[in-house]
Design a protein around this ligand. Structure first.
Ligand SMILES: [Zn+2]
Ligand SMILES: [Zn+2]
Ligand SMILES: [Zn+2]
Length: 122
């Protein structure tokens, strides 16, 4: 399973070490050599599990679809890392803001404690 592109539609057979990878980053993680760029690439569709070849020199819009099941495999990648970082930052900012507000509220409460209790009793 590729952890870089969550919506990967195909596996790519690397021309250098002839192993299957979901993306170039997966290859970089598993291998020490750089991914070789080839004019003809072999893909395996994740939807129908069939393999097909594409000539990268003549790659156009119609080649973005699996020839077996028409699965559109050239799509905008969903990258989990970038999204989690943004969410994490926001949560931290929110937590800090909430804490500050709570501290201020407590200070305010201690000043008006008597009146608050009095009004509640009354
Ligand atoms: Zn390789
Ligand atoms: Zn990957
Ligand atoms: Zn397919």
């Amino acid at each position: 399973m590729c952890k870089h592109i969550l919506n990967a539609q195909v596996s790519i057979r690397s021309p250098c070490c002839r192993q299957w990878f979901d993306c170039a980053q997966c290859h970089a993680d598993a291998q020490t050599h750089t991914l070789k760029q080839a004019m003809e690439m072999t893909f395996a569709c994740k939807k129908c599990k069939k393999c097909f070849r594409k000539d990268m020199n003549e790659f156009d819009e119609s080649d973005e679809y699996c020839p077996h099941c028409d699965n559109h495999f050239v799509i905008e990648a969903v990258e989990p890392k970038a999204r989690l970082e943004v969410e994490g930052e926001d949560v931290r900012k929110d937590a800090r803001m909430l804490k500050d507000e709570r501290v201020k509220a407590k200070e305010g409460f201690s000043i008006w404690e008597d009146e608050g209790e009095a009004s509640r009793l009354g």
